[in-house]
Design a protein around this ligand. Structure first.
Ligand SMILES: [Zn+2]
Ligand SMILES: [Zn+2]
Length: 308
C-alpha cells in the first residue's frame, strides 16, 4: 500500500490552518486552552527552525536509492543506523528556546534544569540530538536520570528540536522525488512503524476512507495492506475498533487485547502537513485517556537494528 508523499505547504497557509484547528478545539474543549497555548508557542519555534533549514543545505548523504530499497525490504527503516551529521548551529538555539517555552508553559523547574544542563555543558547537545534522531530512548532516559533530569521531558524536548530536521531528511530521501525502485520499496512497506525513522505513529488520519498512519517524529504517512493491530498484526476478535464517544464516530480507538496496544484514528478532510500533526494528537487526548482507563498503552519504541 502506498507511502503518501505530502507536498510542502507554505507557511501563511499552515499558520492559518493551525489557528482554525486550535480555535475549534478550544471552543469544544476549554480545559485544553493552556495546552493549546503551549503548543502554539512550541510550533512557532518549529516553524522558525524549518525555515532556517529550508534556507540552509541538508547534509549530503551517501544513501543510494538501491541501498535504501534493500534496507526497507528487510523491514529496516531508511535512517536506522546511518551516521547523519546534525546541523547543530541551527538546532541548538531551538532546543534552548523549547526548554524556555516548556518552562513558561507548565513544565517549570524540570524544563529549567534541562536548560541549565545544556548551557553548563552537563549535556552534550550533539550526542543528545543524535540519540534522539536514532530513537535511542533508553540511552536518553538513563542519561537524564544520571544527571537528575526528567527523562520524559528530556526525551520530548530533544525530539521536538530534531523533528524539523528529520522531517526535512524524510522529504529529501523518500519524498515525491524518490527514485522508482525506492518508491516501490516504500509502497511495499507493511509495518506499523515508520519506514523512515522507525517510530510508531502518533495517530492514524483517515481521509476519504484511507487509514493513513502518521509518524509521531518525522510525520511520514503510509497505509497498510491489512486492517489489523499495527503493533502485533492481530486481526481476529482481539482487535477492536470503537468510538468511545457515541456522538463522535469520526474519532475512534483501535485497541488490541493480544498485545495491549492502542491507536487513535481521526477522520479529517486532509492529511496534516508538518508540524501540524501534533494538533491531531492534542485534539484526541480524550481518546488516550479512554484507552488508558481500559488498561491499553502505546508500546515503547522498537529498538532499531543497525544496518543489517
Ligand atoms: Zn518517522
Ligand atoms: Zn496488538
Amino acid at each position: 500500500m502506498p507511502y503518501v508523499p505530502i507536498s510542502p505547504v507554505f507557511r501563511p497557509e499552515l499558520t492559518d490552518s493551525a489557528e482554525k484547528r486550535w480555535r475549534a478545539i478550544g471552543e469544544a474543549r476549554p480545559d485544553l486552552q493552556p495546552a493549546l497555548a503551549l503548543q502554539r508557542q512550541l510550533l512557532a519555534k518549529l516553524f522558525e527552525l524549518a525555515a532556517v533549514l529550508d534556507r540552509g543545505r541538508l547534509p549530503r548523504l551517501s544513501l543510494p536509492p538501491k541501498y535504501l530499497a534493500a534496507k526497507l525490504a528487510r523491514g529496516v527503516p531508511a535512517l536506522a543506523g546511518e551516521p547523519i551529521p546534525l546541523p547543530l548551529p541551527a538546532l541548538t538555539p531551538t532546543l534552548v528556546q523549547l526548554c524556555d517555552g516548556l518552562a513558561a508553559g507548565g513544565a517549570g523547574e524540570a524544563a529549567r534544569h534541562i536548560r541549565e544542563a545544556i548551557a553548563g555543558g552537563a549535556i552534550d547537545v550533539g550526542s543528545l540530538l543524535a540519540s534522539s534522531l536514532h530513537r535511542e530512548q533508553t540511552a536518553i532516559r538513563v542519561g537524564a536520570t544520571q544527571r537528575g533530569l526528567s527523562p520524559d521531558l528530556l526525551w520530548l524536548v530533544a525530539e521536538l528540536a530534531v523533528s524539523p530536521f528529520v522531517h526535512a531528511l524524510q522529504q529529501l530521501l523518500l519524498g515525491s522525488a524518490a527514485a522508482p525502485e525506492l518508491r516501490s520499496a516504500l509502497d511495499e512497506w507493511d509495518h506499523g512503524y515508520c519506514p523512515a525513522c522507525g517510530s510508531w505513529p502518533a495517530v492514524a488520519e483517515v481521509v476519504g476512507g484511507h487509514r493513513t498512519l502518521r509518524c509521531s517524529f518525522c510525520t511520514s504517512a503510509w497505509e497498510l495492506r491489512t486492517y489489523a493491530c499495527i503493533y502485533c498484526g492481530e486481526s481476529g476478535e482481539k482487535f477492536v475498533t470503537a468510538a468511545p464517544d457515541e456522538e463522535r464516530k469520526d474519532r475512534r480507538l483501535e485497541v488490541c487485547s493480544a498485545c495491549g496496544g492502542y491507536l487513535k484514528t481521526i477522520d479529517l478532510p486532509e492529511l496534516s502537513p508538518f508540524p501540524l500533526l501534533s494538533i491531531s494528537d492534542i485534539e484526541t487526548t480524550d481518546l488516550d485517556v479512554a484507552a488508558m482507563e481500559h488498561g491499553y498503552a502505546r508500546p515503547a519504541l522498537r529498538e532499531l537494528t543497525k544496518k543489517s
